[in-house]
Design a protein around this ligand. Sequence first.
Ligand code: ATP
Ligand code: MG
Length: 582
Amino acid sequence: MAFFWYNTQIMKWTKSLIQTLRENPGDAEIDSHKLLIRAGLARKVAGGLYSYLPLGMRVLRKIQQIVREEMDRAGALEIVSPILQPAELWRTTGRWDTMGPNMFKLRDRGEHEFALGPTAEEVFTDLAKGLVSSYRQLPVTIYQIQWKFRDETRPRFGLMRSKEFLMKDAYSFDADAEGADKSYWNMYHAYERIYGRCGLKAVAVQADGGDMGDSLTHEFHVLADAGEDGIAFCEGCGYAANLEKAERRCPAAGDKAEGSGFAEVHTPNAKTIEEVAAFMGLPADAFVKSLVYVADGTPVMVCVPGDRDVNDVKLKRFLGAKAVGLADFGTVLRVTGANAGFVGPVGPADASLRIVADASLRGATGRIVGANKDDFHLRDVDLARDTKIGEADFSDLVVVKAGDVCPKCGKPMVIKRGIEVGQVFKLGTKYSAAFNAVYKNDKLEEHVMIMGCYGVGVSRTLQAVIEQSHDANGIIWPASVAPYMVVIENLDPSNAEVTKVADGLEAELEAAGIDVLVDDREERPGVKFKDADLIGFPVRVVVGAKGLANGGVEVKRRADDKSKTVIAPVADAAAAVRAALG
Ligand code: ATP
Ligand code: MG
């Protein structure tokens, strides 16, 4: 039977507003960003702001649907809360002042302050406080899929880091720690299913707890060279951690002396470790790199081996500071007596300056350090003898590198790049205590609820799929999130018989729950195939007068090359498509 005009499942290319582009957008640095725009999935409105076009919207909806189904399966309850969030809620936790410039703030006509929600812990904690009174209602997890806003320093990579993005955020509320643990792993496993169903190979890695201290948290990463995060992996035991968090088994410091004794060395114009090392003919790890930081307003010197970088996140945690950053030139000169490049831990100008050092420098001798005097270094320095760095000033402060030893099993680690598509987080009582979000136990005593929060970057996930699954010709969508699972190339739209076969197959597949786009454009086959490959429909069916005369239609998977094309008689075409979809 014929389909009615209002059946929205029937879609012809000429009515679809699909527009592919030949040129890469000028601001696109990574493949998935280029393909997102060229395939006509989204269009830039302004930096970090995108409109999702019909094809992109279909993908977004499919990802949302997977997220929704897995949240529901995990027992979470869907709600939606306002994007516009009153300042009072943020003031309750103090985050109105600590969120920093990433939070969009605005006022209404009555001068009341609001934020465009960058996340929603406050809103959900307040909500749970109002809805939950008894232990009988716990545990409970509430979620939403809602637009989030962040005034990112550098919005880039298309949907990967945008100012407005779609996030699924969930918040769990439990009566006790054991329950909170269960809720955490429940969400963790739901995330594994979500990314798996989106066709993504995602890995869970340990991450830094940020303000939450050593709280348990995992990030889910899609491995890709274009990823913004570095991740340390141990192929021996499976240890995986974001570089912000990754630890290493600390090597012994040892003695690097070249036997010439403690002395000042004139090192004119040699500022960087590389320059001084070349000048003195010594390896970089014979040097101590000394940097002046400012932690919550107080200068502190940080010493690491010459061939290592300071990990600001570890430093911040070790110092218990809210913020750390490199000191300006004036401060460096004032506290050390020298300009950057000649700074060192032996007798800085400000004798009260705190000096901390990486654990691998514990007991280090025979080192070269800046002399706190321009154009001079000191050689054969014994950190214990010559500096005031005490036992409590050593900690793991460096960024892990490839080849560093796994803290768990002792095997060497490798570093890969990843795109963070989600994060699960044990929050404890930070938010519930601030809101006094309590429940009554069976003895009617009040206790603060224990929370977890869980985010999926829905729009970032869309682009991560592209980043992980494309080739030189375009995107290769997994069927589960493809804008359409099948494209039918009608090569002779003006030929009634060909069109009848194409449209008949479309109807048959749609009836079987397979979404189909019919390319009914009067274009050369080459143009049509190129577009189909660029957009990346998982299966392409070619219907043409010549083919029909020769026995049927062509069915080909996007991921396969031409040699795997199947010729199916019209009667078997739907079955061949289903087989190709797998
Ligand atoms: P990032 O470290 O990449 O800035 P985040 O850790 O600050 O992200 P969360 O607060 O954990 O982000 O948010 C949950 C998820 O939302 C992230 O895992 C990520 O997938 C997504 N996300 C965060 N910021 C953006 C953004 N600016 N654009 C698109 N997606 C984002
Ligand atoms: Mg995160």
